[in-house]
Design a protein. Sequence first.
Length: 264
Amino acid sequence: MLLLASLIGICIFFSYYQNNHLSTSSFTLSSLKITKPIKIVQLSDLHSKQFGKEQQRLIQQVKKLNPDLIVFTGDLVDSKKYDEQKSMTLMERLVQLAPTYYVTSGNHEYWSGEFPSLEAKLKHAGVFVLRNEQTLVKVGGETINIIGVDDPTFLSGEDNLAEILGGLKDEEHFNLLLSHRPELFSLYEKIDLALTGHAHGGQVRLPFIGGIVAPDQGFMPEYTAGMYKKADTAMIVNRGLGNSIIPQRIFNRPEIIEVVLEKE
């Protein structure tokens, strides 16, 4: 009985740790279009999860990184357990740390049916909401082109997304794409860097194998976490912060991503 109780206790602790203890992953990308270093913090897939009172644990982790720019790449809320307050608390506190950009590229924003109200509140809080548009942003003395696109669920298909991306490229400045879906990597060609999420790290991660299952990629998905490159385009996949259909992460803790852009 004592052994059984110990095993149950270990399992409970392991589950809590895997789902609540934040991790930070750092990446550096060099470009001829960058003259001065820029630090970007990317968050994704909160799914209305809470990290301490008023998101204090998450905010403190982001603050320590001292970002020039913060971006959020979709699924801020969860359609099945919709809790706007937790999500808005996070965004309202992030804008106090650095300029914060958000894309409506999450499928759960669409499924919730509450997005118009959420979008209005985000804008009122000072969040820059990008919907199939680009904006030149001055960050630390450098100018980059930030592109934000909706999820295909908003656009009625991937073909519309490809058409939109075709008209949102800037040859002069560094192009940073904020998009939810990593499995659409082939559409991101000629973008310098795409920041994505959606895959939840494959939910369960195994050594030498990686993620096991991901939305819209199925079993043994190709894009689940980290940086991928094709020709001159890099894509970083954020493992996300919360859960949705599958409530448990294994060897796949909630992730904050730090990206440093520097001169090549």
